[in-house]
Design a protein around this ligand. Structure first.
Ligand SMILES: [Cu+2]
Length: 537
């Protein structure tokens, strides 16, 4: 370690020292039981990782031992089979809180992989209660498959895979268990976007380090609690890591590049912009391409949100551009900086890529199509130890399911945020559209249960007009979203994507029910021996 660098003090860490890395692409395994080229294996394991060139290598948990994990390249409508093997140690290296959910009688290290944003059968979705330990010795109550089958039946977009195990998601993701899943389709091929070396995914995470360079995660909140270790209301890092490197730089040619930007942080939101007031072109959101590109100067990304953008460095030879964060919730001089682009590579050939005038055909869901509208409050309470605890629909995770959409129904959800902070609300299985946000009288809602609007509705922001799977439920607002539950029935969830909220206890089951055959078994107890389990090992 360089003499003056103290990893725990961001002021001592040189910025833009490391070069940005592009995660390697996962390669298929040969297995006669699966169509050629469709079967993949990933091992979750502990390894050592260098976050900065002046840090020693330190412990992480990664998919195939790297963080971000290998990028999974998928093709629309072509089924992939992935076996995620748990080769993690039996004890956690980050502080486990045994009071959460049913963690007290579960093994200390559990894992399950959720493919975020995917339209997928629930048994392959990576349900939190589908966790398993090494060699599947112990499994959660909703574990069904060793091999996840992804049919990729949805428009091309940027998905990501990450750990989602019951009561441990915040620790497992912080430890490094996250990677990109790029779903491609023929529309993307036709659009002549920057590709190959000019298409780069950026996974942004905040992290803090101990003096020895190891990952720091607090074992108690900044107020007294009777539990130790204890979950906290949210963990913020004092450095910014992109694709596993602290404040990296990327050398670019003077031409167009496509960046798929993901906020994979536990709690921090970003308002992303470029220095020198340089604009960029947004081409996609969480669920796929926009109808038309949008020239923007900033995009807000809460945890798990993605934005797909083109940045044009043409004519900028010799310039240095900073990707910066102007989110005001927790800003300081260090976390306002994300990474740097250096336009100092020679142009290798003519830039034939385009920023198309039209991207994807418009597909809309309108309010008058909806079959049902649900009012769903976001509230704060206290748990049995007196700690603040966040809830959805005034219930804890293990309370019986209340959101039970009928198969093929279109639903409107009114996310009524009566807490003091915004929350990124993620619904599994579907992509939705944001209809509006409207201010309301929170006090009256809490005391009398009456929803009284106090101002006109606001349109979705200019960077969130496409398909979304995560939405910012703003403070004092009712955020209205619309979605179509089609193609799958079964056990899914919706939750806040601030990971410390999700684990305590801001997560709820969704059960999608085929009306002709209602699912009537109690939650966490459903047996389903449908024939598509035959691909299991
Ligand atoms: Cu939250």
């Amino acid at each position: 370690m360089s003499q003056n660098v103290n990893p725990s003090n961001p002021a001592t860490i040189p910025k833009f020292a490391d070069e940005l890395r592009k995660p390697p692409v996962l390669q298929p395994f040969e297995d006669d039981r699966y169509p050629k080229g469709s079967f993949y294996k990933i091992a979750m394991k502990e390894s050592r990782h260098r976050f900065h060139k002046d840090f020693p290598r330190t412990r992480i948990w990664g998919y195939n031992g790297i963080s971000p994990g290998p990028t999974i390249e998928a093709e629309k409508n072509k089924t992939m089979y992935i076996k995620y093997e748990n080769k993690l140690p039996e004890t956690h290296f980050l502080p486990v809180d045994y009071t959460l959910h049913s963690a007290s009688d579960s093994p200390e290290v559990r894992s399950v992989v959720h493919l975020h944003g995917a339209n997928v059968d629930w048994k392959s979705d990576g349900h939190p209660e589908a966790w398993y330990t090494q060699n599947y010795e112990k499994t959660g109550p909703l574990f069904r498959r060793k091999v996840h089958a992804y049919t990729n039946h949805q428009p091309g977009t940027t998905l990501w895979y990450h750990d989602h195990s019951m009561g441990l998601t915040r620790l497992n993701v912080y430890a490094g268990l996250a990677g990109f899943y790029l779903l491609r389709d023929s529309l993307e091929e036709r659009l002549q976007l920057p590709k190959g070396r000019y298409e780069i995914p950026l996974m942004i995470q905040d992290r803090s380090f101990n003096e020895d360079g190891s990952l720091f995660y607090p074992d108690a909140p900044p107020f007294p609690v009777p539990v130790h270790p204890s979950i906290t209301p949210g963990v913020l890092g004092n450095t910014i890591v992109v694709n596993g490197k602290v404040w990296p730089h990327l050398k670019v040619e003077p031409r167009k590049y496509r960046f798929r930007i993901l906020n994979a942080s536990n709690r921090r939101g970003y308002v992303i912009s470029l220095s020198d007031e340089k604009t960029f072109y947004q081409i996609g959101t969480d669920g796929g391409f926009l109808n038309t590109p949008a020239e923007l100067s900033s995009v807000e990304l809460l945890p798990s949100e993605r934005t797909d953008v083109i940045i044009d460095f043409t004519g900028m030879e010799g310039k240095e551009i900073t990707l910066q964060n102007s989110d005001t919730e927790f800003l300081d001089e260090h976390t306002s900086v994300i990474m740097q682009f250096r336009v100092d590579l020679p142009l290798l050939g003519t830039d034939t890529s385009a920023i198309p005038d039209e991207l994807a055909p418009a597909m809309e869901l309108h309010e008058h199509h909806a079959h049902i509208s649900r009012d769903l409050p976001l509230t704060v309470s206290t748990d049995e130890y007196g700690r603040p605890m966040l809830m959805l629909n005034d219930r804890m995770y293990h309370d019986p399911a209340t959101e039970k959409p009928s198969f093929d129904s279109i639903e409107i959800w009114n996310l009524i945020n009566v807490t003091q902070i915004p929350h990124p609300i993620h619904v599994h299985l579907v992509q939705f559209k944001i209809i509006e946000r409207r201010p309301f009288n929170a006090e009256r809602y809490e005391n009398e249960g009456v929803l009284e609007f106090t101002g006109p509705a606001e349109e979705p922001r200019d960077y969130e007009r496409g398909w979304k799977d995560t939405v910012k439920a703003d403070v004092g607002m009712v955020t209205k979203i619309i979605m179509h539950f089609k193609e799958h029935t079964g056990n899914y969830i919706w939750h806040c994507h601030f990971l410390e909220h999700e684990d305590h206890d801001m997560m709820r089951p969704i059960r999608i029910i085929k009306d002709a055959h209602p699912v009537q078994l109690p939650h966490a107890d459903e047996e389903d021996h449908s024939s598509d389990d035959t691909t299991d090992e």
